[in-house]
Design a protein around this ligand. Structure first.
Ligand SMILES: Nc1ncnc2c1ncn2[C@@H]1O[C@H](COP(=O)(O)OP(=O)(O)OP(=O)(O)O)[C@@H](O)[C@H]1O
Length: 244
């Protein structure tokens, strides 16, 4: 039987009277990239925060590595990149990476090479000794991604990691995500970039508080009889597309 790295069952969440999530069911298995897509405000970040134990669900359960969340002990094996950067602005990029590496429990003997590796992936090697306050928005996103990658975690949860990142580097980052997946690690990623949704193993389409479709990009395109995930998304939302 396949082990689930992440498993969400019947998640519901309301903020006051506003119901954001009604019934979310989602699994991530080893060695796959899951793309979570949905319109702005659909609740993608809320799903992620509940999965990580940062928000409390109104109903349902979230398990990571088959243990119910929240569970602080698991956090060192999860790389999380939030939508807003949580960086120390007065420190350099290197110092940020060093701090978070120590927090993640990386051994001193491995930390320098780990920092060197993740900095190269996001193309920040030349800027590591500059203070983050001098970074552009895109550079901050890249530093946040590098922090998430530190320590080679079993599970990566990335909330819009490529916002503000130029196309060439975006390609480089997706190549790295592909390599990470090939080592059996799992990735849950939210994105607004529909080209990226074509690159994942399975797409979860979040709409009206539920995962209304969850399958490979290929199968979803067949099901909706369209030729791109973008059109699947539009059709699911009830927007007319050329094929419909
Ligand atoms: N702490 C909170 N208190 C009240 N409402 C919240 C809170 N967090 C999120 N919401 C609301 O829940 C809804 C879903 O928000 P969420 O950030 O999860 O959506 P999203 O799909 O990630 O959106 P986007 O694609 O724009 O990032 C929104 O209407 C938002 O205003």
């Amino acid at each position: 039987m396949q082990t689930n790295i992440l498993e969400l069952e019947h998640l519901a969440k309301s903020f006051g009277k506003k119901r954001v999530l009604a019934d979310i069911n989602l699994t991530v298995i080893p060695g796959e990239i899951i793309g979570l897509i949905g319109p702005s405000g659909a609740g993608k970040s809320t799903v992620i925060k509940i999965a990580l134990g940062m928000e409390v669900a109104t109903n349902g359960t979230a398990k990571i590595f088959q243990k119910e969340m929240p569970n602080r002990q698991l956090l060192s094996d999860i790389g999380y990149m939030a939508q807003t950067d949580a960086l120390y602005m007065s420190l350099t990029g290197y110092e940020n990476l060093h701090f978070f590496g120590v927090m993640k429990g990386l051994k001193a003997s491995k930390l320098a090479s780990a920092i060197e590796y993740v900095a190269a992936v996001v193309n920040l090697t030349a800027d590591l000794n500059r203070r983050v306050v001098e970074y552009s928005g895109g550079m901050m996103r890249r530093l946040s991604l590098a922090i998430a990658l530190l320590g080679d975690p079993q599970l990566l949860i990335l909330d819009e990691p490529t916002v503000g990142i130029d196309p060439a580097l975006r390609q480089q980052i997706w190549a790295e995500l592909g390599r990470i997946k090939m080592t059996g690690r799992s990735i849950l990623i939210t994105t607004h970039v529909m080209d990226e949704a074509e690159l994942v193993d399975r797409v979860a389409l979040l709409l009206d508080g539920t995962v209304m479709a969850f399958d490979t990009p290929q199968k979803l395109k067949q099901l909706y009889q369209v030729d791109s995930v973008e059109k699947v998304f539009l059709k699911a939302e009830g927007v007319e597309t050329c094929e419909s």
